[in-house]
Design a protein around this ligand. Structure first.
Ligand code: HDD
Length: 721
């Protein structure tokens, strides 16, 4: 039994699955019927008066089929419309009873079922995955005490401090109201107009312009609960907490040029990546992290914990890793599960409580409210994916789509007719009792003085970045603001950036036709005082310091043609696959190629159907004829150059190295044709020529691939791909 004695340990992970099983349908061999169960004899022709005559109103099958089709769509989410989700489970490492009375955080043998939906924010349901945007990271825990929803993002802070501004920031970010452009991106006037006027956005803008906003994969993103929550233990002791999700594969990003190209080449890039990883058994994992702040220590921080535009630097309050979430099952049906799942910030379990963060307070209202329109009424919690595994019993009744048939005679509290049922639960019986926080004050529409600093942490973020990360941020600002037509908006943004860092402001200004001094004069503001946060840094903010130890699930393209060296291809492929990477053999067409050794090499992807942007690295095995054929194919040359441009690992063995030598490949040291040097590695380009040393090559290639990207590659910019 688990600690609360309620359920057998370890069995919880199946509870949600077992519940969903009741709703799954696949009758196999069966007759086609109407919704009323009447067998249909013909579904290809409507019932007509004569072969060429009009369709008859009495054709109930025709009318039902068309009516159902007409009503297949529901409103998409007003934000986070584009998303992908998966099932899994969460397990705590050790009891957190000292911190919280939430049962699912107390029993290490308990596997709590979860459903996790990732999303972009601005785009509509059909928009591209790889746009520059914040990513949603929403987890529904089906605990024995009811559903707990942790509805977070992959960025630890938010654009605004008070939820009353949410419609404004979203209206500004979404496509403009007259022409509905641009789709899914913020590179337009209305967003930057708002952002430049609402300076509390500055910190989050720095994150949104960083590589965090173009993740390599959902599986390689951090997640954050953003707000300060409370954990309350059995003695009623409350502590402040920030929730983190740490991906075990590290935090990695795309390159902006790559992200833009992917939006066309594979607009489902992240969705496909998640789906395929789970189908292959490469289950994504995150550790749950907690930053705990004792109530009495909150005052000591130099910012307000209730301000969602601020984070707690990990160097100040370390993240304690307390458990692991694993995604191990794809949904059976996208609409039934991923589309109909309804997250609500107000779904809390005993032991987890909220704070007076005014952003959070608004969210506590908004989510439940939005589902009523989106899911067509108040009974959306009865939809299978939303249904708790904990028993539900109350006097809420009626409304559209009521599935339950209550048989109680008394539908009110208190009652004697129904034996007083259902009963109220006190603390000891697992009742949710709100933390009795003491508050007093006047009713007032005012932002707290402690929320007034809008720039210190934006600066902290900037100074904590590595040189390549800074360069990417500057380029992203130049791209986004470069698309802003109104000069005064660009000027205002530059003035705001002077408050973050003078060099940042200057670098961005130079790229968008703004002069910093003129901007300051026009806007009528003094130059910022960018020293606000001093020069202290927070290394944990930089993706440079993420895990770079594994090539698990990394995708490598092996470019081949007839005459490829089968031995080189096979040995390197085997080595990469044993390290956990995936290798696709990309040839000019599907089918089998003839190898240099006379064997048959199966092609897994045809070159015209793919592109380097879908891979983490490229490998060119030897084989004279193969390399000669590749050199005659512009798309093969482009493939290699583009991978280089995007700072990816490029490798070649034997005559494969000749390909790198023959194309306008930037100045990189390559192995020479005499061979015998093992493997040569320069700027993430790995080569071994002559009679290649395949063991040394594979080892060096794997090591280079684990680095994710080779930012220190001076020639990359010059590549025209
Ligand atoms: Fe929100 C959806 C995350 C502020 C109102 N939000 C939504 C989703 C995520 C977030 C991940 C998608 C859930 C899913 O996959 O179905 N939102 C956040 C975060 C915020 C935030 C991390 C700040 C810390 N949101 C926020 C505010 C409001 C909303 C301030 C309103 C006052 N959010 C909504 C919503 C959505 C939503 C309108 C749209 C669809 C839905 O709720 O279910 O209620």
């Amino acid at each position: 039994m688990s600690q609360d004695g309620s359920a057998p340990t370890g069995a919880e992970t199946d509870k949600k699955d077992a519940q969903l099983a009741h709703h799954r349908e696949n009758a196999g061999e069966a007759y086609l019927t109407t919704d009323q169960g009447i067998r249909v004899s013909n579904t290809d022709n409507s019932l007509k008066l004569g072969e060429r005559g009009p369709t008859l109103l009495e054709d109930f099958h025709f009318r039902e089929k068309i009516t159902r089709f007409d009503h297949e769509r529901i409103p998409e989410r007003v934000v986070h419309a584009r998303g992908s989700a998966a099932h899994g489970y969460f397990q705590v490492y050790e009891s957190l009873a000292d911190l919280t009375r939430a049962k699912f955080l107390q029993d290490p043998s308990r596997k709590t079922p979860v459903f996790l939906r990732f999303s972009t924010v601005a785009g509509s349901r059909g928009s591209a995955d790889t746009v520059r945007d914040v990513r949603g990271f929403a987890v529904k825990f089906y605990t024995d005490e009811g559903n707990f929803d942790l509805v977070g993002n992959n960025i630890p802070v938010f654009f605004i401090q008070d939820g009353i501004k949410f419609p404004d920031v979203i209206h500004a970010a979404k496509p403009e109201p007259d022409h509905e452009m641009p789709q899914a991106g913020t590179a337009h006037d209305s967003f930057w107009d708002f952002a430049s006027l609402q300076t509390e956005t500055t910190h989050m803008l720095m994150w949104a312009m960083s590589d965090r906003a173009i993740p390599r994969s959902y599986r390689m993103m951090e997640g954050f609960g953003v707000h300060t929550f409370r954990l309350v233990n059995a003695h009623g002791r409350s502590r402040f907490v920030k929730f983190h999700w740490k991906p075990l594969l590290g935090v990695h990003s795309l390159v902006w040029d790559e992200a833009q190209k992917l939006a066309g080449k594979d607009s489902d890039f992240h969705r496909r990546d998640l789906w395929e990883a789970i189908e292959k058994g490469n289950f994504p994992e995150w550790e749950l992290g907690l930053q705990i702040v004792e109530e009495e220590d909150a005052e000591k921080l130099n910012f307000d914990l209730l301000d969602a535009t601020k984070l707690i630097p990990e160097e100040l309050v370390p993240v304690r890793r307390v458990g692991k979430l694993t995604l191990n099952r794809n949904p059976d049906n996208f609409f039934a599960e991923t589309e109909q799942v309804a997250f609500c910030v107000s779904n809390l379990v005993p032991g987890i409580d909220v704070t007076d963060d005014p952003l959070m307070q608004a969210r506590l209202f908004s989510y439940l409210d939005t589902q009523i329109t989106r899911l067509g009424g108040p009974n959306f919690a009865q939809i299978p994916i939303n249904k708790p595994v904990a028993p539900v019993d109350n006097h809420q009744q009626d409304g559209f789509h009521q599935h339950r048939i209550p048989t109680r005679k008394a539908n009110y509290t208190p009652n004697s007719i129904g034996g007083g049922c259902p009963h109220l639960a006190n603390l000891a019986n697992g009742g949710y009792v709100h933390y009795p926080e003491r508050v007093e004050g006047e009713k007032i529409r005012k932002r707290a003085e402690t929320f007034a600093d809008h720039f210190s942490q934006a600066r902290l973020f900037w100074v904590s970045m590595s040189a390549p990360e800074k360069e990417h941020i500057v380029k992203a600002f130049r791209f986004e603001l470069g698309k802003v037509e109104r000069e005064e908006i660009r000027q205002r943004m530059i003035v705001n950036l002077t408050e973050v860092d003078a060099q940042l402001a200057k670098l961005v200004a130079d790229g968008i036709g703004v002069d910093v001094q003129t901007a300051l004069k026009t806007v009528g503001r003094r130059p910022g005082k960018p020293a606000v946060a001093g020069s202290s840094t927070s290394p944990s903010l930089s993706m440079e310091n993420t895990l770079k130890t594994s090539v698990k699930t990394r995708k490598v393209a092996a470019l081949v043609a007839d005459g490829v060296s089968e031995g080189e291809l096979k040995d390197v492929k085997t080595a990469l696959e044993s390290a956990g990477a995936t290798v696709e053999v990309i040839g000019p067409r599907l089918g089998k190629l003839k190898s240099a050794e006379g064997g048959a090499v199966p092609v897994t992807m045809a070159l015209p159907t793919t592109a380097s942007v879908m891979f983490d690295a490229v490998f060119i095995p030897g084989g004279k004829a193969s390399v000669e054929a590749l050199l005659k194919d512009g798309s093969a040359i482009h493939f290699v150059l583009e991978a280089f441009k995007h700072h990816k690992t490029v490798g070649a063995t034997g005559e494969g190295v000749d390909m790198l030598r023959a194309v306008p490949f930037p100045a990189v040291t390559l192995a020479d044709a005499k061979g015998g040097q093992g493997a040569v590695v320069d700027q993430g380009v790995v080569t071994s020529q002559g009679a290649p040393d395949l063991v040394a090559f594979a080892g060096a290639f794997i090591q280079a691939l684990a680095q994710h990207r080779h930012w220190d590659r001076p020639g990359a910019e010059a590549v025209p791909a």
